[in-house]
Write a protein that binds this ligand. Structure first.
Ligand code: PMT
Length: 316
């Protein structure tokens, strides 16, 4: 049993202020059933957060602050975790990229299937003969993991929805014990407008220039590591634009939050270079321009390494 920690005043206040989204209970049950089922099946499970959160400026929201992330990291990582045998609980921003669907231009995966006689032939209502060869593995993998119940999708939009769902998802991960991994790739707003300070109606431009005061979002890694998911292998991400801060800030996060690993990346180079940072080591993974041009994805070697680390930890 983990030692209960006291949430700081700002964290407690933050959760007291939260109004759970309408579908919260259904999503909570979905997540609990998923982690319990896979724990009984002795599957490893990874909770992946993906995409950016929004920060509404009005209760009846017309305007909001958004984040650049479109969810490539999360969606691509999910595919490689599935290939490694992990069940994936995918907590993602509404309409951000999704595993497998990110690789087809329209949402046609559900109406396509791969012919059993010839797995390079796609059957379905729409025929794309020229694309069939490249699409076949995607269609096949999608149906395989869907039929096996290895992927569970849960959506958020706002920062508060994200945090309340993150807490429920991390608590659901307790069922997986040390076989569980939490992979926090979502880009989470650091500032928000508390509910009590938010105007109900659309802010009027006739009232002149808009002055905004945003509160700091409390960091949720601390309760996540100590209380919500105390036995999971927890990996956070660190995004910077200044390379000279990257490793120091990642290590500082490990010191403060006491989790296992930070994946550090620079905004412009995030698709070809990442750093795996632990308390006593850092390792760089980098794709060459030739590899990138050939369509290799940095998430492939990254997930290989993370699975290795997880296995080592489980054997220790
Ligand atoms: O989606 P893409 O376009 O592919 O981009 C991928 C990415 C750049 C978004 C991804 O690789 C990445 O770096 N994600 C983390 C970005 C981020 O929010 O970093 P941060 O320094 O704000 O937060 C660090 C960690 O603390 C994050 O793992 C976050 O989940 C966590 N956090 C953040 C805010 C908060 N209130 N509580 C938290 O626990």
């Amino acid at each position: 049993m983990a030692t209960p920690i006291n949430l700081s005043e700002s964290e407690s206040q933050f959760f007291q202020d939260l109004v759970p989204p309408e579908s919260f209970n259904i999503k909570k049950i979905q997540m609990e059933e998923f982690t319990k089922r896979h724990s009984l099946l002795k599957n490893r499970v990874v909770l992946i957060t993906s995409g950016g959160t929004t920060v509404p400026l009005e209760s009846r929201t017309v305007r909001f602050i958004d984040n650049f992330s479109i969810g490539t990291r999360g969606a691509t990582s999910a595919e490689y975790f599935l290939k490694q045998g992990y069940a994936v609980l995918f907590l993602h921003r509404h309409r951000s990229l999704q595993p497998f669907f990110q690789r087809v231009e329209k949402n046609i995966l559900d109406i396509l299937s791969v012919s059993e006689n010839d797995p390079t032939v796609i059957t379905g209502e729409i025929s794309y003969p020229s694309l069939a060869k490249s699409l076949a593995p995607v269609v096949k993998d999608y149906h395989k993991y869907k039929n096996e119940g290895m992927l569970s999708m849960v959506e958020f939009t706002t920062l508060t929805e994200y945090l309340i769902l993150l807490r429920a998802a991390s608590e659901a991960m307790q069922a997986c014990g040390r076989e569980g991994m939490v992979y926090l790739a979502a880009a989470v707003a650091d500032f928000y407008v508390p509910r009590g300070l938010m105007p109900e109606h659309k802010i009027q431009s006739s009232e002149g220039a808009l002055k905004l005061t945003l509160e700091m979002t409390p960091k949720m890694l601390k309760p996540l590591v100590k209380e919500w998911s105390p036995n999971a292998f927890v990996i956070s991400f660190k995004l910077e634009t200044d390379q000279s801060l990257l490793i120091e800030k990642s290590r500082n996060a490990l010191l403060v939050y006491q989790h296992q690993m930070v994946i550090a990346n620079i905004l412009e180079t995030r698709k070809k270079e990442v750093f795996i940072v632990t308390m006593d080591a850092e390792e760089i993974l980098r794709l060459s321009d030739e590899e990138l041009a050939a369509g290799r994805e940095i998430e492939e070697p990254l997930i290989d390494k993370l699975v290795e680390h997880h296995t080592t930890l489980l054997l220790s």
